[in-house]
Design a protein around this ligand. Sequence first.
Ligand code: SF4
Length: 114
Amino acid sequence: MNSDRASAAGGQRVCRRCLLSDLAGEDRKNIDRYLQAVKEGDRAPQEEYERRLGICRTCERLQEGTCLSCGCYVEFRAIRRRGTCPKGYWKETESPDAAAGRAGAGHQRLREND
Ligand code: SF4
């Protein structure tokens, strides 16, 4: 195995580009439990969550599921709608209510311009 891409962590070999969810066993269960406990309204949409993690996977700051810029586990940061990347590679997601409010305001402005 390429020593530049992996290191030993608690006897388990972990790829630097891996996320926590790539782990097996009890660790994985604990991660899933945490991710599932995030309230629906606080969650980023699944597609956005996966897009964020795709960016993290290619980032030079990712090491063993942790962002070296902020020290967070990237999955825990990316799952939250209001989560942001400390380097600005991805940003928070607007809440559905805010998006609906903006859309409503846009319709109002259009009506005023009629
Ligand atoms: S949160 Fe940002 S800086 Fe950190 S690993 Fe992900 S993309 Fe890189």
